[in-house]
Structure formats: structure tokens, C-alpha cells
Design a protein around this ligand. Sequence first.
Ligand SMILES: [Zn+2]
Ligand SMILES: [Zn+2]
Length: 537
Amino acid sequence: MASSEIEVVSSESQPKTQQIAIIDVFTASAYGDFDKLRKFVEEDGASVTTPDGNGYYALQWAALNNFLDIAQYIIEHGGNVHASDNNKQTALHWAAVRGSIAVADLLLQNGARVEATDVNGFRAVHVAAQYGQTAFLNHIIAKYHADYDVPDNDGRCPLHWAAYKGFTDTIRLLLFRDASQSRQDKEGCTPLHWAVIRGNVEACTILVHAGTKQELLVKDKAGFTPIQIASDKGHRQIALFLSHAARTNSNHLMDKFCSGRVGDVGYAPILFCAIIVEVILFINSVLAAPNLPRITAIVGLWGWIGVSLAIGSLIMFYRCSSKDPGYIKKHGGLDGFEDTEDPLLNIDMNNSSGWTGDWSQLCPTCKIIRPVRSKHCPLCKHCIEQFDHHCPWISNCVGKRNKRDFFFFVCLGTLTSFVGASVAVHRIWTGIPALPADETWVHYVIIHHPGIVAFLFLDAIILLAATTLAIVQASQVARNITTNEFSNSIRYGYLRGPNGQFRNPYNHGCRKNCSDFLIRGYTEDEIAWPPLQRVAT
Ligand SMILES: [Zn+2]
Ligand SMILES: [Zn+2]
């Protein structure tokens, strides 16, 4: 899949004004030397309307490097906005390579055709997708109504190209605008096929989450589905993800169970039953066991504290699994703007609606511009504010509105199972009589107290899981970072400082992070948000 030829040209035109001699109108245009350009034209009588030896025009060079004043000057001196090189590429094609929005505006306002095609059938939208120029692509779609679902000569749309090149922001934008996912090129490949061929996990994830899942079953001309291609090419992670997505979509109960879902119920009923069974075992086989000595007052007190903690855990379990974790309503997305204006039209100039210049804020599934730190959950089918993770054991997402309940739940779980285990061990320790020499301690307990053994076995699993979760959650609360941000920090531009190092702008210091979390349940993001206008710059 060979992309636009401009790739070759642009690599030669890095800004090297110091070393490269400005010898003609083409080099002057390419390197932005306006004074020299005027000298060549006005004193030496050079033409800006004829191409150089390779067939490229001065206007193309100016467009490539976004030199607005030079492009304006060339047009004023007869430069033709429709002029195309040997590949039939116009200045607008070249502007798309580096996302030169200002020059593109100038060209289009001077009559350039946004739908001009080159020899490969590439339009500016294809070139922008090939080079990941998301802001440029959005601009020509929103302002000049460029067709973003148009195929090139090989039947590939901008989404095919963005998927192949792995430009996830561009994929998000195109899906947000409802670009077709099911279109097959001349080789029968959908955008998902191409993302799989290149082995780009994030691109595949976005496409699958926003798709209808039918794309998973589409076969290319050679008869391969994306899952088969992923296996053949050795992209194990993608093959697993796609198979999982196919199972989630399947109607077979066993498939749903294996993929972490039984309908929309998840594993929550299993955990609920396990807690109830634990409480019954504890009361019957530990506190009131007939074959153990009568319980002392102090151990009895601890026992009932354990039962009360278990009831508290159940209440928190109910709260965090039934509560809205922070669903983002379709407010500020396309819905509210449908009849008025495109919400992405002036996105780079409008910072007031929570747009920070991060394209990951677009949800291609919900069609909303969401706040930073949120993420779409394919199981809950919503974008969740301050998304932490989807927990199958509570059958709900953990997010801004239920994270504190979740944290209390795991803390109570840890405490309950610790108290339960301590009381059970104490009961066995003090209740076993002197054993004959041929009887082992473990054997005696298993034979005479199977209820306690079952309780301790289940309790140990819960204690281990709850303690691990409580420690992880506590450390993340102290740093005000979510599980999602912690595991995927590389994906989020807002978690990187100017030098590319990890930086968490939401960390207000351990004390404030913890007090905000414990008192309010979450922290306000706006406080720490530094003005970031990545798109505008
Ligand atoms: Zn969403
Ligand atoms: Zn979820």
C-alpha cells in the first residue's frame, strides 16, 4: 500500500535555510525566504507560474511548508491554484502533507478544488489521512465540506489510510464523523483489515469498539477475516482481542461467560453469593460450631464485628455496582449542534467547552466530545468520566461517581476477611484437643471442621484479592491517577510534559488528593488543567 508520492519530496525539504542556497523561486518558496523571492520575481523577472525541472510549482513548495505570505504573493503574481505536477497533485495536496491549514484556506478561498484528485485518485482528504494531519482533515471537512468517505483508485477511503498508518487521532475523527467502516477496497480489505495487517493494537481497538462487529466477519478477496490475518501475521495480542470481541458479540451463553459477561450481569452475582456463603459458614462453622468449645466473650465480640463488617461490605458492594459511575450525557456533542453548526468547526479556537486539543476526547461511539480523563466502556456502552476500569466483579465501571464506594468496598472486604480469618484460626488453635501421634493437625481439622476449612479457603482468596486491590487503589488515590491512566499513560498527551516525560497535571500532592477523594469522592480536574492548545499551535 504505497501512499502519496509527496513523502519523498517532503523529506528533502527540511528547514535548512542556513545550509541551502536560495537560488530560485522554488527554493525561496520552499524555505520561506520572502525577500529573495521578491528579488527573483521583481528584479530578475523570474516566473512563479512555471514548474521546476521535476514539474513542481513554487506554490506547492510554499503550501507544503505553510508559508502563507509567500503563497499569497505567488497567487497575486499569477500562480495558479489548480496547477498540478506530473502526479496531478495540486498545492492543496501538498498543504495536506504537513497540515498547512492557513495556506489551505488561502488556496480554497482562491478557487482551489477541495476534491481535486491526483493520478492515484488521492484527494486532499486521503493525503491528510496518510500523514495523520487530523486538524487539517477536520478543517477541510468542517469548513469546505470535503467528502471524507470517498475512495481512491484502489477503493481506499481516508479511514483505510488512517487505519493502515496507525494514526489513531485521525481514525477517531473519521469515525466520529461516521466514516464507513464496512467499505472494502479492491483487495476486499476493510479499514480493520489494514489496521490488523500493520499490527496496530490501538487502531484495532478503536475500530472494533466503534464498529458493528460485522467487520470482524468480513473476508478479503483472499478469503481471510481480520482475526485470521492477525493470527497469520503473529499479532497475538490483536488476535486475542478480536476473538474476544467476536465472542462478546456472540449469542452463545458459554462465549459470553468466557468473555466476562453473562448478558449484562457480569460476575457480580457470583461475588454476592460468595460473600453470603462466607457469612453463613462463619456463623455456622466458626462462631456456633457445636464441636468446638464455647466461644469466649471477646472472641464472640470480634466475630460479630466481622459479621457487621461483612454487612457493610455488602452495602458498599450494592452501592458501587448499582451507582452511575459517571456516565457522560450527550451534551456538548453532535446532538446539541446538529441543526446549528458543526461542533468541530472552530474547535481549535474554542477552549471554553472543555476541549483541550486532544483528539482522544472524541468518542466515535457515543459521538460526544468528552472531558479529558474519560474513556468509553464497550461493556457499559457509555463514556465514563474519570474512568478507572471496568470491574466484572461488580458488573460496573469504576469512575468519578463510584470510585470512593469501590475503594471503601475493597477496604471493608480486606478488613472483613482479615477479622474472619483471625477469629477462625483462633477458634481452631484453641479448640483442638491433644492429638494422638499418628494423627496430623491438618488431617484432624479437615475431617472434623470441614466448614472452617471451606471458610478459610474462600476467605484467603478474598483477602488476597481485596488487599492487593486496596493497596493499588490507595496508591493511585494518593497520586490522583486512574488505573486506566496508569496502564495507558503513553496514549494520553496530557500525561506528558514538554520534554515527553511522564507528568501528571492532576496530582495536587498526597494530602489534597486524599482529602478531596475522601470528602467529595473525586477531584475537580479543572483546578490543575494547564491551558493546552495542541491543535491551535
Ligand atoms: Zn463513548
Ligand atoms: Zn464498564
